[in-house]
Design a protein around this ligand. Structure first.
Ligand code: NAD
Ligand code: IPM
Ligand code: MN
Length: 365
């Protein structure tokens, strides 16, 4: 299979973990006889520094022509004082909007042998396996332009959704639930927000089309509590943009680290940009200690969702799990075993993929 992939490493550890994902993809290409070509472009702070724009038009144009896009992370203290239109995060929001990536799938599954890495009790984390379906191109992030009035003493951010924006993400979440354990939790703040009332109305109407899926509504504050007291009650969670952002970072503690969570940001026709849930981690950037697992698993999601390369995606996911099970871990995971850096972790994963395919060949070639 021949595919062209645009890489947007971005800033901080985004650049470091992107190297890992690219190396793993090159290994998959060699072992499974695929041809992956790569083209890197600037986004975020790197793009501000080089082009004076967090999302240069050539970056958007390249993404639109690609078969899929991989994104590292954007942001950092260097640009924190910039005016809003010159913030790295604008680049990320811009590319999501430009590409129409309305559905952000964030799977969260604690690996069996890493349960003790979570600060939560093992018996709480055990059995948790959930998917957050986060609406990604609406809500507070994309309301009418935010503004400051009265000498900056009054601020306005607006939360805006159309019925059809809610319908398409709710449909996506129902479909995901059908492919999983058939339970959907819709998270909102319908006791206060008008947007949440419409959200709940849409879910109630849509559920008639998906009789095989059970549905419950949970208010976001309670959902935050339930996620860390009884996470195994969740299968698929569907929620609006900002609630999904916050709840997914919270849910990462189930896996032991934010550095473990991958995601897929999908358009209606299935086109995808794949990005770890974490940010540019300025506190550890440049030290070679970042956990590359979230980025590598995002590349696996790309193989599965965009290229239908199920076996190859399984190989990456199984290999990552086996390396972690063997006790190798980056510093963010509180684990016994051997602490390794980004490069060593990547090499271990690559070495194991190669050994695995050599063993398969001996058995089947
Ligand atoms: P962050 O996700 O960058 O880091 C939060 C904490 O988690 C830090 O202690 C960090 O060291 C740790 N961490 C995150 N990823 C890790 C990994 N792969 N390996 C090991 N440790 C990891 O969030 P933040 O510090 O709040 O934000 C830093 C910058 O990143 C900000 O500019 C923010 O806007 C940006 N950000 C970008 C994205 C993105 O590009 N998708 C996501 C979140 C935050
Ligand atoms: C994420 C990030 C982004 C978001 C920021 C950097 C704009 O936190 O991808 O989760 O809020 O969507
Ligand atoms: Mn976030």
């Amino acid at each position: 299979m021949k595919k062209h992939i645009v890489l947007l490493p971005g800033d901080g550890i985004g650049k470091e973990v992107m190297e890992s994902a690219k190396a793993v993809l090159n290994t998959i290409a060699e072992e499974f006889n695929h041809s992956f070509s790569f083209e890197s472009h600037d986004i975020g702070g790197a793009a501000i520094d080089r082009h004076g724009n967090p999302l240069p038009p050539e970056t958007t144009a390249a993404c639109k022509k690609a078969d899929a896009v991989l994104l590292g992370a954007v942001g950092g203290p260097k640009w924190d004082a910039n005016p809003s239109h010159l913030r790295p995060e604008r680049g990320l929001l811009g590319i999501r909007k430009e590409l129409g990536l309305f559905a952000n799938l964030r799977p969260i599954k604690g690996f069996e042998k890493l349960l003790h890495s979570s600060p939560l009790k093992e018996e709480v984390v055990k059995g948790s396996d959930l998917l957050i379906v986060r609406e990604l191109t609406g809500g507070l992030y994309f309301g009418t332009p935010s503004e400051r009035r009265d000498n900056g003493q009054v601020v306005v951010d607006t939360l805006f959704y159309t019925r059809s924006e809610i319908e398409r993400i709710v449909d996506k979440a129902f479909q995901c639930a059908q492919q999983r354990r058939g339970h959907l939790t819709s998270v909102d703040k319908a006791n206060v927000l008008e947007s949440s009332k419409l959200w709940r109305e849409v879910v109630e109407k849509k559920k008639q089309q998906y009789p095989d899926v059970t549905v419950e509504h949970v208010l976001v504050d309670a959902a935050a509590m339930k996620l860390i007291t009884n996470p195994s009650q969740f299968d698929v969670i569907v929620t609006e943009n900002m609630f999904g952002d916050i709840l997914s970072d919270e849910a990462s503690v189930l896996t032991g680290s934010l550095g473990m969570l991958p995601s897929a940001s999908l358009r209606e026709d299935g086109f995808g940009l794949y990005e770890p849930v974490h940010g540019s981690a300025p506190d550890i950037a440049g030290k070679g200690v970042a956990n590359p697992v979230a980025m590598i698993l995002s590349a696996a999601m790309m193989l599965r969702h965009s290229f239908q390369l199920t076996v190859e995606a399984d190989v990456i996911e199984d290999t990552v799990e086996s390396i972690l099970n063997a006790g190798f871990h980056t510093a963010d995971l509180k684990n016994a075993g051997k602490k390794v850096g980004t490069e060593e972790m990547t090499s271990l994963i690559i070495g194991s993929i190669k050994t695995r395919s050599a063993a398969n060949c001996i058995m089947s070639c």
